[in-house]
Design a binder for this molecule. Structure first.
Ligand code: NAI
Length: 336
């Protein structure tokens, strides 16, 4: 009987969920009024798994929330402004996405953002520990390689750290690799599969082109040029924006995709796989991005290192010392 009803609903285009699926989640965006935060919130407003969208920033969120609240999707949107309202924005949150902080200007590295952004991540992490310690937390703020270890240390100090629930968002590197490969091969980028592992800055970004599907064929020179283009793609945008910031729209797309995958995992969907920068034992670097299966508690399984060719093994060797340095900087900051 139940099967028949389910089939009937499916025929009518109504999705049904098995017991245990919740289908209504609260998502908080911290930094929601920014260049990434606004389009990211717009995309999340369209996600059918979101019922509560909390927009936190130190400026402009009442306006952004009022604007988004007129969109005819089911989620309720609320704006929270200033440090006093941070806790309320986070209470009961299932997923927290953080694009709060300053972006790069031409000539800056991601590490140059550390002085301002480290403190922002520390404050938000402290409030997460108090208000939604079980939330899945996705950090977009740069330098991602360092901000994620900072959040981990703060959550540890508060006694609520669960390595399966803390993520550095490196999805934009995957999105870029798919776009570049798709256009180079003349195929739909949406059909391209490619692991991008390591971290999220310069040499720590390691696109594993030998494992792309369809295979990116080319001589070594072409492969090296594409590798460097993916590693430096953020700087390409920073230069093109000429002082007006870094990638915002493509990052909002990537952030919405990653948050959407976290929600699918929470909701019990199977085979949800994303690369993300998490606590890891895959290499000597204690945080490292590899493909992960996402589930009800965040990381369900770390799929480990993809097969690497000799060139990629050299890239990995170059990435590890830089990553270790970035990670240590975060740990030192959080414990200072
Ligand atoms: P933006 O300056 O346009 O927006 C940042 C927002 O953060 C602003 O609305 C600001 O008011 C807010 N903010 C500042 N301090 C805050 C605090 N204490 N609490 C809450 N909100 C606060 O910058 P944009 O372009 O949106 O970039 C945000 C961050 O994302 C930067 O650190 C940037 O480097 C990073 N980013 C990361 C990428 C990735 O792939 N993971 C890609 C592109 C940018």
């Amino acid at each position: 009987m139940l099967k028949q009803v389910t089939k009937q609903l499916a025929l009518q285009g109504v999705r049904t969920f098995s017991v245990g699926q919740q289908n209504n989640y609260k998502v908080t965006v911290c930094g929601a009024a920014g260049g990434i935060g606004q389009p990211l919130s717009l995309l999340l407003k369209q996600n059918p798994l979101v019922t509560d969208l909390a927009l936190y920033d130190i400026v402009h969120t009442p306006g952004v929330a009022a604007d988004l609240s007129h969109i005819d999707t089911k989620s309720k949107t609320a704006g929270f402004i200033g440090a006093d309202q941070l806790g309320d924005s986070l209470k009961g949150s299932d997923v927290v996405v953080i694009p709060a902080g300053v972006p790069r200007k031409p000539g800056m590295t991601r590490d140059d953002l550390f002085n301002v952004n480290a403190g922002i991540i520390k404050d938000i992490s402290n409030s997460i520990a108090k208000n939604c310690p079980k939330a899945l937390v996705a950090i977009i703020t740069n330098p991602v390689n360092t901000c994620v270890p900072i959040a981990a240390e703060i959550l540890k100090k508060a006694g609520v750290y669960d390595p399966k629930r803390l993520f550095g968002v490196s999805t934009l590197d995957v999105v870029r690799a798919r776009a570049f490969i798709g256009h180079a091969l003349g195929v739909d980028p949406q059909t391209v599969q490619i692991p991008v592992i390591g971290g999220h800055s310069g040499v720590t970004i390691l696109p594993v082109l030998s494992q792309s599907q369809p295979l990116f064929k080319g001589n070594q020179d072409t492969i090296e040029k594409l590798t460097v283009r993916i590693q430096e793609a953020g700087t390409e945008v920073v230069k093109a924006k000429a002082g007006a910031g870094s990638a915002t729209l493509s990052m909002a797309y990537a952030g919405a995709r990653f948050a959407g995958s976290l929600l699918k995992g929470l909701n019990g969907e199977k085979d949800v796989i994303e690369c993300s920068y998490v606590q890891s034992t895959v290499t000597e670097a204690t945080f490292f991005s590899t493909p992960l299966v996402l589930g009800k508690n965040g990381v369900q399984e770390n799929l480990g290192l993809p097969k690497l060719n000799d060139y990629e093994k050299k890239l990995l060797e170059a990435a590890i010392p830089e990553l270790k340095k970035n990670i240590q900087k975060g740990i030192d900051f959080a414990n200072a």
